[in-house]
Design a protein around this ligand. Structure first.
Ligand code: KIV
Length: 255
């Protein structure tokens, strides 16, 4: 999949299936699946490092995890990398420099949360030859000002703001937009209005694609959001394997 395929997907050839990934081993497995593209999300700071929010993700962290995922996927899937908290807020030149670090590490595109105050920066990054995926609705990097993780765009005013931001992001050249935790009605309206594909998470079924945090969907993260369908209960499988191994060691059955 390349950026051109995103537009093809919008014409309803198929829906886009995206998951997050942070390491080499899982990326090697994903390489042999029908997943369309992979997000090296700043959620890495929560699910891999155990921080309470994504604001602890750094450029150094993102660069290392993009490298690991690229090594596992080889060239099998398109990689989108999150620009971490504050990495696109200084000025457009330093922001583009940060985006280029992730591209050189193996990403094909970057994702940037929000738009207020960095619209020009997003435009400049795109004009520099780096594709940008937008991210609206619940933008976890803004958790300190949001106060809590909750559905965004429930009232008319906030819904209108998300709708007009989506139009702005399309206008400045984003190739796709993640809509996180917005009401299905709003996600549907935005999806119908835009020519670029929308990728939903906790935003209903009508978006052009879906994304999930892999640790949530495989049951490897203790505090997953309630909307997430678990396709596997890996923590239970791991516990069983650990206990089997431990018992065999103690019974002298292992080697
Ligand atoms: O960091 C992340 O995992 C994300 C997804 C939730 C879209 O941004």
């Amino acid at each position: 999949m390349t950026i051109n395929d995103f537009y093809r997907f919008k014409k309803k050839v198929d829906k886009i299936a995206m998951v997050t990934c942070y390491d080499y081993s899982i990326a090697s497995v994903i390489a042999d699946t029908n997943i369309d593209c992979v997000l090296v999300g700043d959620s890495v700071s929560m699910v891999v490092y155990g921080y309470e929010s994504t604001i602890h993700a750094t450029m150094e962290m993102m660069k290392l995890h993009v490298t690991a995922v690229k090594n596992g996927l080889k060239n099998s899937k398109m990689i989108i990398a999150d620009m971490p908290f504050m990495s696109f807020r200084k000025n457009k030149y330093e922001s583009a420099e940060n985006a280029s670090v992730l591209i050189k590490a193996g990403a094909d595109a970057v994702k940037i949360e929000g738009i207020d105050g960095h619209e020009e920066t997003i435009k400049y990054i795109i004009e520099s030859g780096i594709p940008v995926m937008g991210h609206l609705g619940l933008t976890p990097q803004y958790i300190k000002s949001l106060g809590r993780y909750s559905i965004q765009g429930k009232d008319e005013k906030t819904a209108e703001k998300i709708f007009s931001d989506a139009i702005k992001l399309e206008k400045i050249g984003c190739f796709s937009i993640v809509l996180e935790c917005v009401p299905e009605k709003l996600a549907t309206e935005i999806t119908k209005k835009l020519k670029i594909p929308t990728i939903g998470i906790g935003s209903g079924k009508k978006t052009d694609g879906q994304v999930l945090v892999i640790n949530d969907m495989i049951g490897l993260f203790p505090s997953s959001p309630s909307f997430v369908k678990k396709y596997l209960n890996l923590s239970e499988e791991i516990k069983k394997a650990m206990n089997d191994y431990s018992r065999e060691v103690k019974d002298n059955e292992n080697n």
